[in-house]
Write a protein of this length. Structure first.
Length: 249
């Protein structure tokens, strides 16, 4: 499968989608507090998506039942919102969401602290978020896809964290998942050459412990095999001749 190149006009449409998605994240983020359920957050997201005249990219995707993935503590990705999952002081919760506007997708994730978290947990959040920024800086014309992957692995492993290998970032545009796949590990200088018009969803998933994960019986929720905490940050990024352009900021 070829990597699809977007026109300037298509990237502008993706930017509109990205701005709407940022507004969804802001609405949900404002409601994250001890005592909230993950279904409370889902309701906020659904209402905001409707208000913005957007479409949820996640709900119904391969049968996923919600607009948000809400993954708490050792849950890496794809946690399903529930009335029974209550946020507690010291938890972390990853909110992954995508929307469609005018036929174009945007996808981003933020991991939030619930109240005050331990110093070790805060370091996980800080390092994961910083690794995303380092990866974005490698999304430059003339570089290689592996430069993005390597930036995440090199930084996070140097800080003592495990880099998830079973899930990867991806191209994005008129579909949520397009070519190429973007691992968060691997050597720099390898892989396809980066060209203007490529749009990538870059998403480090980083664990306090080892990189191994397992999927629970619901077929979606994925946890760290060693039950260590996991963080997830993601942006949709266009590669342009003027450098990386983050469409979901």
């Amino acid at each position: 499968m070829a990597i699809l190149i977007k026109t300037t006009a298509e990237i502008e449409k993706m930017r509109r989608s990205g701005i709407a998605l940022r507004q969804v994240h802001e609405a949900v983020g404002a409601c994250i507090a001890p005592g909230a359920s993950t279904m409370d957050l889902e309701r906020v997201a659904v209402a905001k998506i409707e208000e913005l005249h957007a479409i949820s990219a996640f709900k119904g995707y391969h049968g996923f039942p919600a607009a948000l993935c809400t993954s708490i503590n050792e849950e890496v990705v794809h946690g399903i919102p529930s009335e029974k999952r209550i946020l507690n002081e010291g938890d972390i919760v990853s909110i992954d969401c995508g929307v469609v506007i005018d036929g174009f997708y945007s996808d981003s994730a933020v991991t939030y602290a619930v109240g005050k978290v331990s110093d070790a947990t805060q370091k996980l959040l800080d390092v994961t978020q910083a690794s995303l920024e380092r990866a974005i800086q490698q999304a430059r014309v003339g570089g290689r896809l592996g430069d993005i992957s390597h930036a995440v692995q090199e930084y996070c492993e140097a800080e003592g964290f495990g880099v998830v290998r079973d899930f990867v970032g991806h191209g994005i545009g008129r579909s949520m998942h397009e070519e190429p796949q973007i691992p968060n590990y691997g050597p720099s200088g390898k892989g396809p050459r980066l060209k203007p018009g490529m749009v990538l969803a870059i998403e480090p998933m980083i664990n306090v412990g080892g990189h191994e994960v397992k999927v629970l019986a619901d077929g979606w929720t994925t946890i760290t095999a060693d039950r260590s905490y996991s963080a997830h940050f993601e942006h949709t990024v266009a590669i342009t001749k003027d450098g990386p352009r983050v469409l979901t900021r």
